[in-house]
Design a protein around this ligand. Sequence first.
Ligand SMILES: O=C[C@H](O)[C@H](O)[C@H](O)COP(=O)(O)O
Length: 252
Amino acid sequence: MPVRALSQDELKKQAAWKAVEYVKSGMRLGLGTGSTAAFAVERIGSLLKDGTLKDLVAVPTSIRTYEQAKSLGIPLATLAEQPELDLAIDGADEVDPMLNVVKGRGGALLREKMVELASDKFVCIVDDTKLVEGIGGSKDAMPIEVTQFGWDYNLKRLQNLPELEGSTAKLRRDKNGEPYVTDNSNYIIDCYFENSFIKDAQKAADVLSQMVGVVEHGLFLNMVNVVIIAGSNGVEVKEKQDLLSQQGMGQA
Ligand SMILES: O=C[C@H](O)[C@H](O)[C@H](O)COP(=O)(O)O
């Protein structure tokens, strides 16, 4: 009998459920944002409800996730209340072979980066369409959150930045054509690498982090500990530590 191919949503759910196996009672969690992370939040909510998991507290990475988690009865806290988290689970837009990721196509990159940097372990969940040979490889957006003041000045600077050579910078707009506004009241400039990868992601990240008016960028480099990839051949778990050991580079 022919096997039905799983839909992208079913793959996202598989990755999310696998990640929730890392959640233990008593943990302090970071809850990601996006369609994949939503499956993990839903699963955590149902395991809390049936008593499999107990005593969790979670910091959400967006208003959307806050609302979803609240509706499921997941106890929530702010980063100030829970500055040290055990585990964060979140999706990604691109994953490169060294498990560096691009995030923020859902607009939540700033809060995601803050919460994930506060977590001992960051488990990233994707379907296999997110895998790229190099950052920028999907030809889709590498998001950069900028202040509303001077956004057009920064758009020009980003467009001409040597570290983003080969990309086109565009202001993100909502479905009404208005500038998209993040949960933090900022705008997003999306950089598209249409015919190339980013040359040196670390250098680009360093330069972007120093630009005044750039609030945060979607390059999450050396942050992920585990990537769970769901594809037509099943679910694969990749550990950053294993990749480093294979390269003789020791500790993450
Ligand atoms: O801002 C949004 C986040 O970075 C998401 O984690 C990312 O865009 C992946 O989202 P999705 O799981 O919907 O593809």
